[in-house]
Design a binder for this molecule. Structure first.
Ligand code: ADP
Ligand code: MG
Length: 598
C-alpha cells in the first residue's frame, strides 16, 4: 500500500541549473561582467587593461577584456570555469587575510553560465602557444591550442541569451553604459598604477595612464579643473592608513557620486565611510551638499570582511566606529591645514563693458551720481551705525589672542560694495571679497557654540514679548525651552499656548525690533527638515543668523576693519554655519587673465 512516505517532492538540482541560479547573484547586468573580468585582470598583475564594449542601437552586445597579466596554463584555463575554482585561496583560514579582489571562484563559471565566453590565454614566460577555451551557456568547455600573446583576453557575447527573464530586466543601453562607467571609474581610482582603456564601438571613452600620483588619474576621469580644488589627506594610525584627496568645501555636489572609496584597493560603496567624510567637514558643508573625495583606506585585513555579498561591493568592518572617526579626523586635519578661501572663477564669457548703447544705458542706471542722497537716509544710517557698533562689540576679540591663532592673513580694507561685500587686500597682493553677513554669522556662531554651560549672558527685556503659538508649535517650543535657557533666553509659559519672553541672549544686542524674537521662535519650531540637528546647534545657528550684521547694512571703513580683524581668528573663517563661502579670493594673475592681460 502506498502510504505516501516514499513520494519525494524534493530533488537535487543539476549543476547547470545551480550555476545559473548562482550566476544570478553575481551577474546582474553587463557592468557586473565588466567588474568581475577587470578584477581578474588586476589580480593577475596586469599593468594595462583594455576593455572593448560593442553595442547595437538598444543594447550591449559584447564585452572584451584584454590584459597583460600572468595568464594561465592550459590546465588552469579549463579549470577556471568550474564553480568554486580559484587560485586565490585554499581554505577557510585564508578568508581572514584576503589580498586579492577575487577569492570565491565563481565569476567565470557564472558568466559562462549565462552567455558565450571565449577565453584566450598564455602563461607568462612560456613558449608561443596559448590556450583557447570556449564555453557556451554553461556547457562543457571546448579547449584548444592557439597562438596568443602573454596575458589573457576574455570575450563575452550574447549575455543572458539563456536567461530571458534577466535579459528583459536590462535597462536602456545608456543606463547600462552609465553603470559600466561608474564601476570602471571607481576601479581606475583604486588602481592608478594600472593603465585602463575603455572603448565603446571602437570609440575611446576613458583612458588612464599608469601613475603613482592619483591626481593624474582624477584629472583623466573628471578633468583637470577638479584637481585644482583638491587637498591631500594623509593619516596613519595603528590599524588604518588613510590617503587620498578631498575637495575644498566650495567645490561640492548635490550627491555622493564623487565620493570614491577603496578599502584595501577594492572600490567599495560604504555609507559609513561616506558619512564619516561628511562629518569631517563639519559646518564647512551644509547637509545637502557633498564633497569630492578619493580616499584609499588600508585596513588590517583581519578587520575587513569582504565575504558579505557575492559582488563584494559592500564590506563589513570590525571596529567600524574607530575607522569612521579616523576618517573624519583625517578629513578635518587636512581641511584645517589648508587655506580654504575659494578662488574667484573668471566668467567663461568675459563681460567686457563696451561703449555700446546698451552699456551706456546700463551704466547710467547703475551710477546715478547726480542725484543727492534722499533726505532721511543719513538719519537711518546714523542709528544703523550705532546698532552695527553694538553688534560688532558683541563679537570683539577676547584680548590676548596670539597672532599665531589667526587663520587668515592680515588684510587691509579697501571699502564696501553694495552694503554687503567688503573689499580687502592682503600683503601678498590678493583681492579678497568678503560677505559681511556670512563672516559675522560665522563669528557669532562660533561664540555661541563655544560658550560653556553657565556662561550665557542674557539681557532682560524691558517689556516682555508675548508669543502666541499653535498647539503643535507650542509643544515643540515647550520641548526646547531648556535648550533656549542654556543659550540665555528666559521664556515661560503664560496661559494656553502663549509664552512670555523675559530675556534674550546678549549677543542679539538690544532688540529694538521685538518681532525678531517672534520670527526666531518661528524659525526654531518650523524647519521640519532640520529636525535632525540637535536643538542647541539649531539655536546657535539661528542666533548667529539673526544676530549678525545684515546684508544691506552700510558699514564705516572702521567697522569693516573690525569685522575683518575678527574673522581672522575664527576657528573656521571660510564658511558660514550653513556651509556657504564667507570670502572669495582673486589673485593678481586671476584678474590679469580676466582682463586678458596675459
Ligand atoms: P576568483 O577570481 O574568485 O578566483 P574567477 O571565477 O573570477 O574566480 O576566476 C577563477 C580563476 O581563474 C582565478 O582564481 C584565476 O586563477 C583564473 N583567472 C581568471 N581570470 C584570469 C586572468 N585574467 N588572468 C589570469 N588568471 C585568471
Ligand atoms: Mg574573479
Amino acid at each position: 500500500m502506498n502510504t505516501g512516505n516514499d513520494i519525494s517532492a524534493i530533488h537535487i538540482l543539476d549543476q547547470a541549473t545551480v550555476n545559473k541560479i548562482a550566476a544570478g547573484e553575481i551577474v546582474e547586468r553587463p557592468a557586473s561582467v565588466l567588474k568581475e573580468l577587470v578584477e581578474n585582470a588586476i589580480d593577475a598583475g596586469a599593468q594595462s587593461i583594455r576593455i572593448d564594449i560593442s553595442s547595437s542601437s538598444d543594447e550591449i552586445v559584447s564585452i572584451r577584456i584584454v590584459d597583460d597579466g600572468c595568464g594561465m596554463s592550459q590546465a588552469d584555463a579549463r579549470l577556471a570555469f568550474t564553480p568554486h575554482a580559484t587560485s586565490k585561496i585554499s581554505g577557510i583560514e585564508d578568508l581572514t587575510h584576503i589580498h586579492t579582489l577575487g577569492f570565491r571562484g565563481e565569476a567565470l563559471a557564472s558568466i559562462a553560465a549565462v552567455s558565450r565566453v571565449t577565453l584566450i590565454t598564455r602563461l607568462r614566460g612560456t613558449g608561443v602557444s596559448g590556450t583557447k577555451v570556449v564555453v557556451n551557456g554553461g556547457k562543457e568547455p571546448e579547449v584548444s591550442e592557439t597562438g596568443a600573446p602573454e596575458g589573457t583576453s576574455v570575450f563575452v557575447e550574447d549575455l543572458f541569451f539563456n536567461t530571458p527573464a534577466r535579459k528583459k530586466f536590462q535597462k536602456s543601453k545608456n543606463t547600462e553604459s552609465a553603470h559600466i562607467h561608474a564601476i570602471l571609474e571607481g576601479i581606475c581610482l583604486a588602481h592608478p598604477e594600472i593603465s585602463f582603456r575603455l572603448y565603446s564601438n571602437r570609440r575611446e571613452q576613458l583612458v588612464t595612464d599608469r601613475t603613482t600620483f592619483l591626481p593624474d588619474t582624477i584629472a583623466r576621469i573628471y578633468g583637470s579643473e577638479v584637481v585644482k580644488d583638491l587637498i591631500p589627506v594623509e593619516l596613519s594610525v595603528s590599524f588604518i592608513k588613510i590617503s587620498g584627496f578631498i575637495s575644498r568645501p566650495a567645490f561640492v555636489r548635490k550627491d555622493t557620486s564623487r565620493m570614491m572609496i577603496s578599502i584595501n584597493r577594492r572600490y567599495v560603496s560604504s555609507p559609513t565611510i561616506t558619512a564619516a567624510i561628511k562629518e569631517g567637514y563639519g559646518s564647512l558643508l551644509s547637509k545637502d551638499l557633498f564633497p569630492f573625495a578619493f580616499l584609499s583606506l588600508e585596513i588590517n585585513t583581519g578587520l575587513v570582511d569582504v565575504n558579505v555579498h557575492p559582488t563584494k561591493k559592500q564590506v563589513r568592518l570590525s571596529r567600524e566606529k574607530e575607522i569612521a572617526s579616523a576618517v573624519s579626523e583625517a578629513v578635518t586635519t587636512a581641511l584645517f591645514s589648508h587655506d580654504l578661501i575659494p578662488g574667484g572663477t573668471p566668467p567663461s564669457q568675459p563681460q567686457i563693458i563696451a561703449p555700446g548703447r546698451e552699456a551706456v544705458a546700463q551704466s547710467d542706471a547703475h551710477y546715478d551720481l547726480s542725484a543727492p542722497p534722499a533726505e532721511g537716509v543719513r538719519e537711518t544710517m546714523h542709528s544703523g551705525t550705532a546698532f552695527t557698533d553694538r553688534q560688532l562689540r558683541q563679537t570683539e576679540l577676547i584680548t590676548g589672542m596670539a597672532p599665531a591663532d589667526a587663520k587668515l592673513p592680515v588684510m587691509e580694507v579697501i571699502g564696501q560694495f553694495g552694503g554687503i561685500y567688503i573689499l580687502a587686500a592682503t600683503d601678498a597682493g590678493e583681492l579678497i571679497l568678503i560677505d559681511q553677513h556670512a563672516v559675522h554669522e560665522r563669528i557669532l556662531y562660533e561664540q555661541v557654540s563655544a560658550r560653556t554651560e553657565g556662561l550665557h549672558r542674557s539681557q532682560e527685556l524691558i517689556i516682555p514679548v508675548i508669543l502666541h503659538r499653535t498647539l503643535k508649535e507650542s509643544s515643540i517650543l515647550r520641548e526646547i525651552i531648556p535648550a533656549l535657557t542654556q543659550e540665555g533666553f528666559i521664556l515661560e509659559e503664560f496661559g494656553r499656548d502663549t509664552f512670555l519672553v523675559r530675556a534674550i541672549p546678549v549677543v542679539l544686542g538690544k532688540l529694538e525690533d521685538t518681532t525678531m524674537i517672534d520670527e526666531m521662535v518661528s524659525d526654531l519650531v518650523s524647519d521640519e527638515a532640520e529636525r535632525s540637528i540637535n536643538a542647541r546647534e539649531k539655536i546657535a545657528r539661528i542666533i548667529a543668523c539673526r544676530g549678525a550684521i545684515k546684508a544691506g547694512t552700510v558699514c564705516s571703513p572702521e567697522q569693516c576693519l573690525r569685522l575683518v580683524q575678527q574673522i581672522r581668528y575664527a576657528k573656521n573663517p571660510f564658511t558660514c554655519p550653513h556651509g556657504r563661502p564667507t570670502m572669495i579670493r582673486f589673485s593678481r594673475a586671476d584678474l590679469d587673465s580676466m582682463f586678458k592681460r596675459t
